[in-house]
Design a protein around this ligand. Sequence first.
Ligand SMILES: Nc1ncnc2c1ncn2[C@@H]1O[C@H](COP(=O)(O)OP(=O)(O)O)[C@@H](O)[C@H]1O
Ligand SMILES: [Mg+2]
Length: 235
Amino acid sequence: MRDTPLPLAMHGVSLTLPSTAGPVEVLRDVDLAISPREKVAVTGPSGSGKSSLIAVAAGLERPTCGRVMLFGQDLGPMGEDRRAELRRARVSLVFQSFHLLPNMTAEENVAAPLEIASLPDARGTARKWLERVGLDHRLRHYPHQLSGGEQQRVALARALAVRPALLFADEPTGNLDTETAEIAANMMFELVAEAGAALVLVTHDEALAAGTRVDVACVLHTVADPKKPIEDVAR
Ligand SMILES: Nc1ncnc2c1ncn2[C@@H]1O[C@H](COP(=O)(O)OP(=O)(O)O)[C@@H](O)[C@H]1O
Ligand SMILES: [Mg+2]
């Protein structure tokens, strides 16, 4: 029997970006592997390359060297279209600043990727997911009419409604107050487990990554730090 491919495997990944002040080394020799359903938290200080790690892992940014495999497929030789197609089928992202489309209602925001994927009854599925995140009374609200916590719950519903096998979350609670952040985080961990998805959560917030909510916690060190670029701190 063939093994199920890992949702994500990164080998020797480095990223150097040009800037007006010269090249900036952002990631150096990062290795990271995520198993199906595994929940992995990557913490690290601001500027350690967490957002860049997600951009490279999700195929939004090409590494300077190293290899990124998503679901057993090497992103290196793939063009933009194939990478976008692979993401659409199996990967979702949530961000600190929610990234909802401002001119669409909550329901339309959640339905949009379902419609793009030509799934039946996109609106009905969107309503079901908004109900699941406790927002069935906010279906026709636009993002600016929602609180930060509500916007992030819409973003979570949108991310999970497409049934991704892998969710990337970049500081998902970074714009929320402590209490709202806790609600959103609990909801994210619960929905990811329920959906059977793998999770890569990057955050500077060690409390968010603590405890039994994640299977693996690692620290991403800045390139200037002589430690291993990314190391497991608990398993
Ligand atoms: N497009 C870019 N061009 C040049 N440098 C960048 C670019 N994006 C990020 N960086 C640099 O890369 C480093 C890591 O950034 P980032 O991945 O955003 O870190 P984090 O998410 O951990 O705060 C920072 O030093 C940042 O200034
Ligand atoms: Mg960041």
